[in-house]
Design a protein around this ligand. Structure first.
Ligand code: AMP
Ligand code: GLY
Length: 423
């Protein structure tokens, strides 16, 4: 089968690496791809926003399955146009991707189906939002309704911070995404990510992970797309996973089907493990980046078989088995990330990283035969071992062998789990 993979990040490199191991794969195309993905398939130039052009390419190249990595093309309805052309897709429709594309939509679904989440109100103007915030008090959480590349959320510790975030949204700080604001109760607890593969009817549990969103050690500094992850997240015990399936995932699948927008693709639940049990922080409708990288390292199954089953509504017959080892990935970013990453520095030594380590490319480019930095998050150094402490040692040892003085990484990925392993 020929497969077209949409995207260019570390997530897509990990998917390409795993798809490349499938005996079912004839040829992989990636649009736009990156130099790491180019080891597993052909990178092609396609305007992803031109859905008809993507469909025409699929017909020309006899693409049997399109795998859509990032959220923007999903929310924009790429999957719908492809399906209308009879092209098979792994990924949700635009209507189902509202679970990620509109925080207000998801909160209303939670309210209707009694899904545990933070208390909330939706607002379309600043004075009313501020009056509500004043009545609730701080800490409180302000969110732009739409997609804001991970930057639309402010956890406000004071009323002034909350007011400033509200003004920012309504003054156009996030464009259309901020035309509506969701104000949420502040939840306390440890965060964990939970993934399911979905086919419209069935949700197949597909692993747990913990991300590290802040740029600096000790969870300090500005938010990023994610600076590192490990899997599994032992805080999400099998009992908690069962509880999450019953109270959060299954009612969501039911609700989406009932409103005529059955969910297929990856349902990624960001969870807060509160003293009152797991609560939904938000949904994403795609794999996490860098969480996907650690999941793919641990997955024992043929990914292409699973994604095909999801596209065909056949997940009820499938299972997912995982290696016993844990996987941990450290993101290497370019100096200046997340604000203004510097591009163009040369990266060497990527062939010296050692066994049980994969370096997934994110923002890299090939220039004059060398790999250069070409984005914020640049490399994902991913290792497997029996414990998080050992995987972390392996990943940082590999980083020492990579020759890239202009790059940086957090030095404490997995710290919560390392603390737990010491006990
Ligand atoms: P989101 O983009 O919705 O995942 O939010 C980004 C981060 O903000 C989350 O990973 C949490 O750390 C934090 N956050 C979001 N909503 C809440 C909430 N209601 N209470 C506490 N922290 C939150
Ligand atoms: N790593 C967080 C995300 O992919 O949204």
């Amino acid at each position: 089968m020929n497969v077209l993979l949409i995207g260019s990040g570390g997530r897509e490199h990990a998917l390409a690496w795993k798809l490349g191991a499938s005996p079912m794969l004839t040829k992989l195309f990636a649009a736009p791809g990156n130099p790491g993905i180019a080891d597993h398939g052909e990178c092609v130039v396609l305007d992803i926003e031109d859905h008809e052009a993507v469909a025409a390419f699929c017909k020309l190249m006899a693409i049997g399955l399109v795998v859509i990595g990032p959220e923007a093309p999903l929310v924009a309805g790429l999957a719908d146009v492809l399906r209308a052309h009879g092209i098979r897709v792994f990924g949700p429709s635009a209507a189902a991707a509202r679970l990620e594309g509109s925080k207000g939509f998801t909160k209303d679904l939670c309210a209707k189906y009694d899904i545990p989440t933070a208390a909330y109100e939706r607002f379309n103007n600043a004075p009313k939002a501020k009056a509500y915030v004043r009545a609730q008090g701080a800490p409180i959480v302000i969110k732009a309704d739409g997609l804001a590349a991970g930057k639309g959320v402010t956890v406000a510790m004071t009323l002034d911070e909350a007011f400033a975030a509200i003004d920012d949204c309504f003054e156009g700080g996030f464009g259309e995404a901020g035309a509506e604001v969701v104000v949420e109760e502040f939840m306390q607890g440890e965060e964990a990510s939970f993934f399911c593969l979905c086919d419209g009817k069935t949700a197949l549990p597909f692993g747990t992970a913990q991300d590290h969103k802040r740029v600096g050690d000790g969870d300090t500094g500005p938010n990023t797309g994610g600076m590192g992850a490990y899997s599994p997240a032992s805080v999400l015990t099998s009992e908690l996973v069962d509880q999450v399936m019953k109270t959060i995932i299954e009612p969501t699948m039911k609700g989406m089907a009932e409103m005529g927008a059955p969910f297929s693709g990856v349902l990624y639940a960001g969870l807060m493990l509160t003293p009152d049990g797991p609560k939904l922080i938000e949904y994403n409708t795609r794999f996490g980046d860098p969480e996907c990288q650690v999941l793919m390292m641990r997955l024992k199954e043929d990914l292409l078989i699973l994604l095909n089953a999801a596209a065909d509504g056949q997940l009820a017959h499938m299972s997912a088995r995982w290696r016993d080892q844990v996987a941990l990935t450290v993101v290497m970013a370019a100096q200046g990330y997340p604000a203004t990453p510097e591009k163009g520095s040369v990266i060497r030594g990527l062939d010296r990283v050692g066994d049980d380590v994969e370096v997934f490319h994110a923002g890299t480019a090939r220039k004059d035969g060398e790999i250069v930095a070409n984005g914020g998050r640049v490399l994902n150094v991913t290792a497997m071992a029996l414990t998080v402490s050992a995987a972390r040692e392996k990943a940082y040892a590999a980083i020492e062998r990579i020759d890239w003085p202009e790059g940086f990484c957090r030095r404490d990925i997995g710290w919560r789990e390392v603390e737990r392993e010491k006990r």
